[in-house]
Design a protein around this ligand. Structure first.
Ligand code: ADP
Ligand code: MG
Length: 601
């Protein structure tokens, strides 16, 4: 088991213990109503961590999860209510439904299955949408499911509901199931799927460019989280002993989102704390809502108090703690002794779980990346106009030219960010012109960006571990080589500019690229920093035997670093050759003499 999973598991157990402690106090208090509050707390935890596993990981707000809760609750109610009660309540359902009763764990398993199938079907369409369209689609799902459940009277008896689910929940069963949910969601978050999901959340383009298949990632997280939600909804039905279609609409969605926002949506601990806080507020103010006497005054009944206070709570959280009470941290990041332990496990875990054979860079020579007759216009402007470009393994090719001469556009055409109007891109001799960014990354094309695009809120170690092809040992070695070994646990966004540039290069190299494209890696660096970067790039290119195409405005740096230089002007190649040849070239001197080191955008 790798370091991340071990830490996730341990964090889940500690979080679970906290919940067990709270539930024990409530359950052993001797008050029946506190014991049933404990069960509700556990069920809210199940619901909200299930929601968190999608919303927190992907950063995509889902209004649709209450639908899965409803489907799960309905499935469990349908298959746990005794046959006699079903015959009288649902006379027109097929006999196999009427006559089948399952033990509750099996019924919950069935709910998981049904929700997974519904989510899998819907997911096919969903993941092909843009992020904002996806949010709207989840909203449509909520309304559709709500309407269908309410109107399928033969099956659900609409707003009357179906009754007679046998009593099976106790605080102890509920807390045991809730701990299982916490473990599953933390392990999912610590898994490769979760890590890649968070990388996509932080920066979609950067994630694709290290080989992450965004659609696949979102699809799997969507289905898994829907299945969990179905199970939680099923337990919900077991506790209320009935299914009432009206329960799975806006109010529930609102309450669940309130828990996530208040507690902290990017953390499982935050979700759990949010569930607790919202339940506490609900319990307190639903008493107030009933009206009560205080010092001789009779306060009237005020309906809507709970909703009002929840709304207030969300607004306050958004103003003062937009990331929620807990923020992004998990329990092992908040408690100092656990934090020290977790950091040790992460680093050592990575070092010991590496495969025995670390892939040797292929020593084959020859052209690794080639562009043939590439063209691309933007509304009449020929940004790239019939450019041929080639780079060999182990070779460093410099790409220079004035601002707006098409350098960045050319890199985007080759990495798959945009499609050429004409021409072809060949990677290792294979035409990849119409393939996606992530598949080119997996085929060996790495890149860095003109404006640094790290996964800002992930640690340095997670940044380097995110590429699907990354190898733990190689990744750590890269960080050491690039002077980042001391900041493994730091959030990438907090690093200095030079460190961020180096981390971006390390992350690109962690994909074990055959060729790497760098867009102005030295931009904004002082002379000393750019000199050391230059040395690093040259050494790494030689060690990894990968081809490099590098754009930079600093002619001094390009001249010293590159084996060959290609000069662009208004989308065309005006010169190509060794640094000496380029230095002698009259056309280049004309283009550059007036403005030897112009700044870019
Ligand atoms: P460089 O990187 O060499 O400075 P670019 O490739 O960024 O140049 O830009 C080349 C030309 O294409 C410029 O005229 C720029 O305005 C235009 N261009 C680049 N990207 C876009 C875009 N996404 N939409 C419209 N025009 C663009
Ligand atoms: Mg540019």
């Amino acid at each position: 088991m790798n370091g991340r999973l071990r830490v996730g598991l341990m964090g889940a157990l500690v979080t679970g213990l906290l919940l067990v402690a709270v539930v024990s106090v409530l359950a052993l208090s001797g008050s029946k109503s506190l014991a049933s509050t404990a069960v509700v707390l556990c069920i809210n935890v199940m619901l909200v961590v299930s929601l968190q596993s999608f919303v927190g990981t992907t950063g995509i707000l889902s209004f649709g999860h209450a639908a899965f809760m409803g489907i799960g609750a309905f499935t469990v109610a349908l298959f746990t209510i005794p046959a006699t009660l079903k015959r009288s309540q649902l006379p027109s359902t097929p006999p196999f439904v009427r006559d089948t009763t399952l033990p509750w764990p099996l019924a919950v398993g069935l709910a998981v299955l049904v929700c997974a199938v519904v989510a899998a079907l819907m997911g096919v369409v969903l993941v092909r949408m843009t992020t904002s369209a996806m949010v709207m689609a989840t909203f449509a799902l909520l309304i559709t499911a709500y309407t269908v459940l309410l109107n399928a009277v033969d099956w659900t008896r609409g707003s009357t509901g179906i009754f007679g689910v046998p009593r099976s929940m106790s605080p102890w069963i509920a807390v045991a199931v809730a701990v299982v949910f916490i473990v599953v969601v933390r392990v999912l978050g610590a898994s490769r799927l979760g890590l890649e999901g968070r990388a996509v959340r932080e920066d979609e383009l950067a994630a694709a460019s290290i080989g992450i298949d965004i659609r696949r990632n979102r699809y799997l997280l969507w289905v898994i989280s829907a299945a969990l939600m179905g199970a939680a909804g099923g337990i919900w039905a077991l506790n209320v002993l009935a299914f009432d279609a009206g329960q799975f609409g806006f109010a529930t969605t609102f309450a669940l989102l309130a828990m996530l926002v208040v507690g902290g949506r990017e953390s499982v601990l935050g979700a759990v704390v949010g569930a607790g806080v919202v339940l506490l507020v609900t319990e307190l103010f639903s008493r107030v809502e009933q009206g009560f006497r205080i010092g001789g005054f009779e306060l009237p009944r005020i309906t809507g108090t709970v909703q009002f206070v929840l709304a207030l709570l969300i607004i306050l959280a958004l103003i003062w703690r937009p990331e929620g009470i807990i923020g992004r941290a998990e329990i092992e990041e908040l408690v100092a002794p656990l934090r020290r332990w977790a950091q040790g496990v992460r680093v050592r875990g990575n070092a010991t779980t590496a495969p025995d054979i670390v892939a040797e860079p292929s020593m084959s020579a020859g052209i690794v990346l080639e562009g043939r007759g590439l063209s691309r216009s933007f509304s009449g402007v020929r940004a790239v106009d019939g450019i041929d470009i080639q780079v060999e393994r182990g070779e460093i090719l410099g790409l220079i030219g004035p601002n707006g001469s098409g350098k960045s556009t050319l890199l985007n055409l080759m990495s798959g960010v945009s499609a050429p109007d004409a021409g072809d891109v060949l990677l290792n001799g294979v035409v990849v012109t119409s393939t996606t960014v992530h598949s080119r990354a997996r085929a060996g094309l790495g890149r860095t960006f003109q404006n640094i695009r790290l996964f800002e809120h992930l640690s340095v170690l997670d940044n380097i571990s995110a590429p699907p092809r990354s190898e733990a040992v190689a990744g750590l070695a890269l960080l050491t080589r690039l002077n980042l070994a001391d900041v493994l646990a730091a959030e990438a966004g907090t690093l200095s500019y030079g460190q961020q540039r180096r981390l971006e290069i390390a992350r690109a190299l962690a994909t074990a690229p055959a060729v790497i494209l760098m867009d102005e890696p030295a931009a904004g660096m002082n002379e000393e920093e750019s000199d050391s970067l230059l040395r690093d790039i040259r050494n790494l290119a030689a060690e990894e035997n990968c081809g490099v195409i590098i754009i930079d405005h600093d002619l001094r740096l390009i001249m010293r670093l590159c084996d060959r230089i290609q000069v662009l002007e208004t989308g065309r190649t005006i010169a190509i050759g060794t640094p000496e040849e380029i230095a002698q070239n009259a056309q280049v001197r004309a283009a550059y003499l007036g403005d030897p080191v112009g700044g870019d955008e």
